[in-house]
Design a protein. Structure first.
Length: 285
């Protein structure tokens, strides 16, 4: 039987589920000014909020180079493992290209462009873990992963447009309009790119999130019901519990899993961001 190791970069936001499922993690880096930090190791989202509040500037996130990726993969291939690695969307980071370059120099390394971010990546990682436990081959898992990447529903509602504006992901006019008219935009991943899904006119994040839940579940209505993630940055008390309650009462998801976005994702979306993420293929692998 093949020895298979599932790995991911740290953007998958699986928190304790990385270790619980024996998933190898390649950490990305976050720069606060001139200081470099390792995502998931020596920086927290609260450090990012404090930095932005103090300086008015966003952190800068960075991918790892091909040599870093090769060293990361080699620790497993040297032990006889075949490695299936999941990366944040190729259109959002250079880490996928670095991983692919490294894989070419090693035998038995498969690199999957998740075409997603945060627990959209995590969903694909856990699906691969399931298949390892079922005794599937590396090639079978890899081919399934490519299919599921196309069907992963990853979306979120942003409470403040400031981080997206400072990061160059929306115009000053859009930021002004969102602030002035209390617009809460929802964003979705389409073919690996972040695009505007819908805009909610709402003074409170709660109302916008409820409408977002209704819309997403209606528009992406063929879920794999094994698991759904509720992933968020720092939220107002009670909102996350309300979302989980709504999912319990209105959907058939077997596992509703809450995770907090790590430093890489927080750097780009800021506090008060929440999304529900699931694979929308009816459970077909």
């Amino acid at each position: 039987m093949e020895k298979i190791k599932i790995t991911s970069d740290s953007s998958a936001d699986l928190n304790g589920l990385f270790a619980q499922n024996d998933v190898g993690v390649l950490p990305l880096t976050v720069n606060l000014g001139e200081k470099e930090y390792i995502d998931g190791e020596n920086i927290t989202p609260d450090d990012i909020y404090a930095f932005v509040d103090k300086t008015g500037k966003l952190p800068k996130t960075a991918a790892r180079n091909a040599e870093d990726c090769k060293e990361f993969f080699k620790q497993y291939t040297d032990q006889g493992y075949k490695v299936i690695h999941f990366s944040i969307s190729d259109k959002l980071s250079l880490i996928h290209k670095s991983a692919c370059m490294a894989a070419k120099e090693l035998d038995g390394v498969y690199v999957v462009d998740s075409k997603s971010l945060s627990t959209g990546v995590g969903l694909q990682v856990l699906s691969a873990v399931d298949m390892v436990k079922e005794g599937k081959t590396a090639e079978e898992i890899y081919q399934s992963a490519l299919r599921r990447a196309e069907k992963t529903q990853a979306s979120f509602v942003v409470n403040t447009i400031d981080y997206l504006y400072k990061g160059g992901r929306c115009s000053g006019v859009a930021a002004f309009a969102a602030s002035t008219f209390k617009i809460k935009p929802s964003l979705v991943l389409e073919d690996g790119e972040i695009v505007v899904y819908k805009k909610y006119l709402s003074k409170t994040g709660r109302r916008a999130i409820r409408k977002y839940l209704e819309d997403i579940l209606e528009d992406f209505d063929n879920p794999d019901t094994k698991r759904v993630f509720v992933t968020h940055t720092k939220m107002e008390d009670g909102i996350v519990d309300d979302v989980k309650k709504y999912l319990r009462e209105n959907t058939k998801f077997e596992n509703i899993i809450e995770t907090v976005a790590g430093s890489t994702i927080t750097s780009h979306c800021g506090p008060g961001t929440l999304g529900i993420l699931y694979i929308n293929d009816g459970g077909a692998r």
